[in-house]
Unconditional design. Structure first.
Length: 568
C-alpha cells in the first residue's frame, strides 16, 4: 500500500518539474515611432492607454530603455540580431538612413542569425505580424532573401515596407519630396539645354552630329522617366500586404489594416496555444500618416495623433485578452516597446510627438528623445509585479534574453551586444549588465553612454548632434529628417559631457576644464577605441545601388506596373 502514495509523490514531482522546465511563449509588441512620454504608465496624463498601463502594473517597467538607432530600419535590425546595426551593414550613409523602397537589393543580410531562427531550432513556432522594413529580395523579385520567412519565421502577415503618406490616396507624397522637386527642376533644365543645342545645330553654330544629339537626349530622358514612374506608382509598389510569400492586397486598404492585424495575431496565438511559440506584433501605429479607424477618430485630446495612440492601446488590449482567454498568461513572457522615439514633425502642436523630458526625437542621432523608449516585461510568477527599474537596458537585450529562456545558444562566431535581462528584472542583480552604449546616426558615432557603476552614475558624451529647432514648425533644418553629417550637424569640440543621472534632459553640460570632465572622457575614449577595433568592414545595405529602386526586384500582384489585387 505504501508503494501507491510513493508513486503519486514521484508522479507529482515529475509533473511539477516538467511545468517548471517548459519553455515559455513570447509575445513581443513593438510600436512604431511611439514616444516614451505618450503612455500613461510613463507619465502621460492626457492620453488613455489602460492596456499598456496594465502590462506595467503586472510586470516590470524599464525607464532607461534604449534603442540602437533613432530611426526604423537600423533599430529593427539591431533588435532582431542583438548587434549594433553597424556590424551588419544596416546603417545608412550620405542621406540614406533607412530602406527607401520595397524593390531594393539591400536588407538584413542572410548570414545574420536572428533570435527567431534560433528559437525555431528549439522547437518554437515563430510568427511576425505587421511591419518588417528589413528588405525583401536580393537579385530577383521572388528570391525573398531578406524576407521574414528566410530569417527564422514560420509565418508572416503584414506590410513588408512601412506606412507612408503614399499609402493613402488623399495625402501628398512623402518619400523623397525634395528629390522629386530636384528631378523636375533638372528635367526642365535639361529640356532647355536640349532645345538650345538643337537650335544651335540648326543654325550651324555648332558642328556636332544629330546622332550625338539623339544619344544626349535619350539617356537623360530614360533616367528621368525611370524615377518619375517610380514615384507615380509608389502607392502600388510600396504599400501592400503579404501572407508569407504571397501578396494578398495591393495596394493595401489602410482603413482595414488594424483589424486584420488583430485577427492575424489572435488567430496565431489560438492555433499555437499548445506552444511553445514566439509572436512579434510589429504595429504600423503610430507612424505617419496616423491612419486610424473611424471608431477612434476624434476621441482623444491630441487630434489624429492621439487617436492613433489610443487605437494602438486598444489593439494591444485585444491581443492580451486572447492570451488571457487561452490560459497562457502564466507561461508567456510579454514585452512592449517602440522602435525609437517619437517624430517631432507635425502640422501643428496637437499632432506632434512627445518624448517627455527628453531632448530631440526620431532621426536625431544620439539625442535622448530619439532613443529613449518605453520598455515593459510581464511574466506572472516569474517577474515581480508593479516594479520599476531605472538601470540602463537596450532593445538588443531581448535577443539573448529570449534565446536563453528558449534554451538556445548565443552564436559564438560573432559579437553580440545585447545582454541577458533576466537577472536584472528578476531582482537577482541590482545593476545593469551594460557598461557602455554607442549611439550612431547612420554610420556616424554621435554619442556614447557610460554607466559608472562605482558611483551609480550614467554619463553621456555627444561628439556630434543635429541642428534642429524644438520650437519651430520644422524640427530639422532644410530636411524632413535630421542629417547625420555635413553642414547640418554640430561637431562639438570639445565634446559635450552630461551627467544623465542628474540631468536627463541634457541641459547642463559639464565644464570641460573640470577634473571630472577629463577623468570621464579618458575612460569613454578608451571604450570608443575598443569598440571601433571590434568593427569589421561589411557591405553597406542601405547605401547607393543597394537602396535604389530596381524594377527587377519589384513585388507585384497582377500585371506590372499596374500591380493590383484583392485576394481576401
Amino acid at each position: 500500500m505504501a508503494i501507491f502514495p510513493a508513486f503519486l509523490l514521484l508522479f507529482w514531482t515529475c509533473t511539477i518539474r516538467g511545468i517548471t522546465a517548459s519553455k515559455p511563449n513570447f509575445v513581443l509588441f513593438m510600436a512604431d515611432d511611439l514616444g516614451i512620454g505618450e503612455i500613461g504608465c510613463f507619465g502621460n496624463k492626457t492620453l488613455r492607454t489602460p492596456n499598456i498601463d496594465r502590462l506595467a502594473a503586472e510586470g516590470v517597467k524599464l525607464t532607461h530603455h534604449i534603442a540602437a538607432a533613432a530611426i526604423c530600419t537600423p533599430s529593427r535590425a539591431a533588435f532582431m540580431t542583438g548587434r549594433y546595426p553597424v556590424r551588419s551593414g544596416m546603417t545608412g550613409h550620405d542621406g540614406y538612413a533607412v530602406l527607401m523602397w520595397n524593390a531594393v537589393s539591400g536588407g538584413l543580410p542572410p548570414n545574420e542569425t536572428t533570435f527567431p531562427k534560433i528559437l525555431k531550432e528549439q522547437g518554437y513556432t515563430t510568427g511576425i505580424i505587421g511591419k518588417w522594413h528589413l528588405g525583401m529580395n536580393c537579385g530577383s523579385r521572388n528570391d525573398f532573401c531578406h524576407h521574414p520567412l528566410n530569417h527564422g519565421f514560420d509565418y508572416y502577415f503584414g506590410l513588408p515596407f512601412t506606412l507612408i503618406n503614399d499609402c493613402d490616396d488623399s495625402l501628398p507624397t512623402e518619400i523623397h519630396i525634395a528629390f522629386k522637386k530636384k528631378l523636375l527642376f533638372y528635367g526642365q533644365l535639361f529640356a532647355v539645354a536640349l532645345v538650345t543645342i538643337m537650335v544651335c545645330k540648326q543654325i550651324r553654330l555648332i558642328t556636332i552630329s544629330w546622332k550625338v544629339i539623339v544619344i544626349f537626349a535619350f539617356l537623360p530622358i530614360l533616367f528621368f522617366g525611370y524615377w518619375y514612374v517610380a514615384y507615380e506608382f509608389m502607392n502600388y509598389w510600396n504599400c501592400f500586404l503579404m501572407r508569407n510569400f504571397e501578396i494578398t492586397e495591393q495596394p493595401l486598404d489602410p482603413d482595414t489594416t488594424a483589424v486584420k492585424m488583430i485577427n492575424e495575431a489572435t488567430s496565431f496565438i489560438s492555433r499555437n496555444k499548445q506552444g511553445p511559440f514566439l509572436l512579434i506584433v510589429s504595429f504600423l501605429h503610430i507612424h505617419t500618416p496616423y491612419i486610424t479607424t473611424k471608431r477612434f477618430r476624434g476621441k482623444s485630446k491630441h487630434g489624429l495623433y492621439g487617436d492613433n495612440i489610443e487605437e494602438l492601446d486598444w489593439m494591444t488590449g485585444e491581443i492580451l485578452a486572447t492570451i488571457d482567454q487561452e490560459g497562457l498568461v502564466n507561461n508567456t513572457l510579454t514585452y512592449f516597446t517602440s522602435d525609437h522615439g517619437a517624430y517631432l514633425e507635425g502640422l501643428n502642436t496637437v499632432n506632434k510627438g512627445f518624448n517627455g523630458i527628453y531632448r530631440g526625437g526620431k532621426g536625431m542621432g544620439g539625442l535622448e528623445g530619439g532613443i529613449r523608449v518605453p520598455g515593459i516585461l510581464r511574466w506572472p510568477g516569474v517577474l515581480p509585479a508593479n516594479t520599476v527599474i531605472d538601470e540602463p537596458t537596450s532593445l538588443m537585450d531581448i535577443y539573448p534574453t529570449v534565446i536563453k529562456l528558449g534554451e538556445g545558444k548565443i552564436p559564438e562566431d560573432r559579437i553580440t551586444d545585447g545582454k541577458d535581462l533576466m537577472p536584472l528584472v528578476q531582482g537577482l542583480d541590482s545593476t545593469s549588465p551594460h557598461d557602455f552604449m554607442f549611439h550612431y546616426c547612420s554610420d556616424q558615432l554621435h554619442a556614447v553612454r557610460w554607466y559608472q557603476k562605482s558611483s551609480h552614475t550614467v554619463w553621456k558624451v555627444h561628439y556630434i548632434s543635429p541642428k534642429f529647432s524644438p520650437e519651430g514648425s520644422s524640427a530639422c533644418f532644410r530636411s524632413k529628417l535630421c542629417s547625420c553629417s555635413g553642414d547640418l550637424v554640430l561637431h562639438h569640440v570639445p565634446p559635450l559631457l552630461y551627467n544623465l543621472s542628474n540631468d536627463p534632459s541634457e541641459k547642463m553640460p559639464i565644464a570641460s576644464d573640470l577634473a571630472t570632465y577629463q577623468e570621464m572622457m579618458e575612460e569613454i575614449e578608451r571604450a570608443v577605441a575598443n569598440h571601433r577595433a571590434s568593427l569589421h568592414p561589411v557591405p553597406l545595405q542601405l547605401y547607393k545601388f543597394n537602396n535604389l529602386w530596381d524594377p527587377r526586384l519589384q513585388s507585384c500582384c497582377g500585371i506590372f506596373p499596374f500591380c493590383s489585387c484583392r485576394k481576401e
